[in-house]
Design a protein around this ligand. Structure first.
Ligand SMILES: *Cc1c(COP(=O)(O)O)cnc(C)c1O
Length: 384
């Protein structure tokens, strides 16, 4: 089976991990600092805080910006559940903004209309979480304009988008967001096994997230409630978590980060090749805005209305042919957990219509051209 995504682990990556296993630090230590510096450098971020997953990073972002009961967080339905769950962890409520049918990202027009109505109803969100779906950046300048006008915080979920560029700058500078979150799960562009980073231009926010990732415990005398009686002493000053990344994971990540440009280049080349080879089939191919350079985490096609087969049939037949297609995403609001909160099918029709036609094709740096040709051939047989 050709998978839809696969990590690329080199002999050098393995050597770096082994070196950590033979060193003094297994949990958060010098390799985490090296990894954070590598991510900050690549993404133009002033501060990068590494944690054990992007889910944890989203939670810390919400905590650091004081999301709590009575507050509202809005995100896109076309995402992984973690983009929304972070609000529920904090006792806040969630609502969704339907997507743009071309970019498949949260629609800025729908967001503007929804904000206008929410202002009249006195139900404005405190947070908006745009997700750079498939690695394609959202229109962050437009979202930041709305954030200034309506007074909400912006946490970018860039789990798909390390190395993507928005209007010439890397995603992660924080020019248009308070915090940017990256994932290092093995299907993502760079991996640490499990891992996440929260990047921010704000030193105080970074410090608060560092405190929260490690139980809310400090050894810094300046932050303590009482004078330190001795070097053993620490104080818990916030309710934090154990969200630390290990040095074992960070060594893998720091080594992988050296190949970020190679990974991105290969993904771009394969995506352009799909564009060429699939042209003419009854498929809607990925759309790219002129001002966005995707990181190509996913290559998603949509079955055209007149296609001979449904998405469900295509999925089954391609899997039978050894092509590991996947579907991103089941709209979050249709999950049983969210339906229990009052959401249902029909509420975000563009995301729902997209979901019914979507197929993610295999895309990862180790995908060979012969394998890619096999994917294209299987699609051609199916559709023509
Ligand atoms: C993968 C992913 C996450 C969660 O990342 P983890 O590191 O697995 O916790 C969150 N949001 C999006 C959009 C993702 O794709």
């Amino acid at each position: 089976m050709i998978p839809y995504g696969r990590q690329d682990v080199s002999a050098e990556d393995i050597a770096e991990v082994v070196a950590v296993l033979q060193s003094d630090f297994l949990t958060q230590g010098p390799a985490v600092e090296r990894f954070e510096a590598a991510v900050a450098e690549a993404c133009g971020a002033r501060h990068a805080v590494a944690v054990n997953s992007a889910t944890s990073a989203l939670h810390l972002a919400c905590r650091a910006l004081d999301l709590g009961p009575g507050d509202r967080l809005w995100t896109t339905p076309n995402t992984f559940v973690a983009s929304a769950n972070c609000a529920l962890y904090c006792g806040a409520s969630v609502d969704f903004v339907d997507i743009d049918a071309r970019t498949l990202n949260l629609s800025v027009d729908v967001l503007a209309d929804k904000l206008d109505k929410a202002e009249r109803d006195g139900r404005l969100p405190k947070f908006v979480v745009p997700v750079h779906f498939a690695g394609q950046p959202c229109d962050m300048a437009a979202i930041a304009d709305l954030a200034r006008r309506y007074g909400f915080r912006v946490v970018e979920d860039a789990s798909h988008a390390i190395g993507a560029r928005y209007r010439g700058e890397p995603v992660g500078t924080g020019r248009h967001a308070d915090i940017t979150v990256f994932s290092f799960h093995p299907v993502k562009i760079v991996t640490t096994g499990e891992g996440g980073v929260a990047a921010t231009p704000d030193a105080a926010l970074a410090e608060r997230m560092r405190l929260l990732r490690s139980h809310g415990i400090t050894r810094d005398a300046a932050r303590m409630a009482s004078a330190s009686p001795g070097p053993w002493y620490y104080e818990q000053v916030e309710l934090g978590y154990n969200y630390r990344m290990t040095d074992i994971q960070a060594a893998l990540g720091a080594s992988q980060m050296r190949r970020l440009d190679t990974f991105l280049e290969r993904r771009r080349t394969l995506a352009a090749r799909y564009d060429r080879l699939l042209a003419g089939l009854p498929l809607q191919l990925p759309h790219q805005e002129a001002w966005a350079a995707s990181a190509w985490h996913l290559y998603v096609v949509q079955l055209a209305d007149g296609a001979r087969v449904t998405r469900d049939e295509s999925f089954a037949r391609l899997r039978e042919a050894g092509i590991g297609v996947n579907v991103h995403y089941i709209p979050v609001h249709t999950q049983p957990w969210y339906r229990r909160l009052g959401f249902d099918w029909g509420q975000f029709p563009v995301a729902e219509a997209y979901y019914r036609r979507a197929l993610s094709l295999p895309l990862y740096p180790g995908l060979g051209e012969a394998e890619q040709d096999q994917v294209v051939e299987a699609l051609r047989r199916l559709l023509s």
